[in-house]
Design a protein around this ligand. Structure first.
Ligand SMILES: C[S@@+](CC[C@H](N)C(=O)[O-])C[C@H]1O[C@@H](n2cnc3c(N)ncnc32)[C@H](O)[C@@H]1O
Length: 225
């Protein structure tokens, strides 16, 4: 059965390319995103990976007992995502969602060489998105598209990326998607929330260097006002 996805996961699913071969759902927990990919698109394989044995036992039972209407083969592996081997079998898509920005950076950093030859990377970090963006800029990832969703009162960015060795990164320091700016998502509310969060950090740690990022949020905000 197709898992019932939250508004956030439904949104992320729309950012997964429909036509590709191998999908990696890193830090999968319940595995809903990868299972939904197997149900929705015709990938040859979907790999669900999480490091907690009890979680992966449940995921393994879930996939054994579920009928997948596509030809997709689903596998589950209990492993630290930093140790995976990404196979080069056709077009690869790697997704890391639902964890903090700093942990996302650690995982990407451990897999950097492999991710540089991965076709598409889909990220949706829960926090510290500015650190993640800076890391991706420093490492020459390029933004294919981005989106913002609000679910249960919390905002989540989604970044679709590709490594481009010879190009300067086009990633902005802050979220700025003109489609979303004209949609009914409360982007202004998002900017205000991020600015307040960073200003609060500066208040408690005056040495922290968030000026540039706060300026970027303010500049993006003034484009909407
Ligand atoms: C909140 S869940 C996110 C689930 C799902 N990706 C989502 O977006 O709904 C975070 C999961 O990340 C897993 N995790 C954290 N660090 C990990 C690592 N280094 N390797 C594999 N899994 C990890 C945790 O075990 C947990 O199940």
């Amino acid at each position: 059965m197709v898992p019932k996805l939250s508004k956030r996961l439904t949104f992320i699913l729309k950012f997964i390319p429909p036509y590709a071969d191998v999908f990696y759902d890193l830090c999968c927990d319940h595995g809903y995103l990868g299972i939904a990919v197997a149900h929705t698109y015709s990938y040859s394989s979907v790999n669900l990976i999480d490091q907690i044995p009890s979680i992966m036992e449940k995921v393994s039972n879930k996939i054994k007992g579920s009928y997948i209407p596509t030809k997709t083969k689903i596998t589950s592996t209990c492993l630290d995502a930093r140790k995976i081997r990404i196979k080069n079998d056709g077009i690869n898509v790697v997704s890391i969602a639902g964890i903090g920005g700093e942990l996302t950076i650690k995982i990407i950093d451990s897999l950097l060489l492999q991710l540089k030859s991965t076709d598409i990377l889909v990220l949706s970090a829960h926090n510290n998105i500015h650190k993640l963006r800076q890391y991706l800029i420093n490492n020459n990832f390029n933004l294919v598209k981005e989106g913002l969703v609000k679910d249960n009162g919390k905002f989540y960015e989604v970044l679709v990326l590709r490594y481009r060795k010879s190009q300067k990164s086009n990633i902005g320091l802050v979220f700025c998607n003109s489609d979303d700016l004209s949609s009914n998502i409360d982007v202004l509310g998002y900017y205000d929330e991020q600015i307040a969060y960073l200003e609060n950090k500066v208040l408690y740690n005056p040495n922290s260097n968030y000026e540039e990022i706060i300026k970027s949020y303010s500049a993006s905000k003034s484009k909407i006002n």
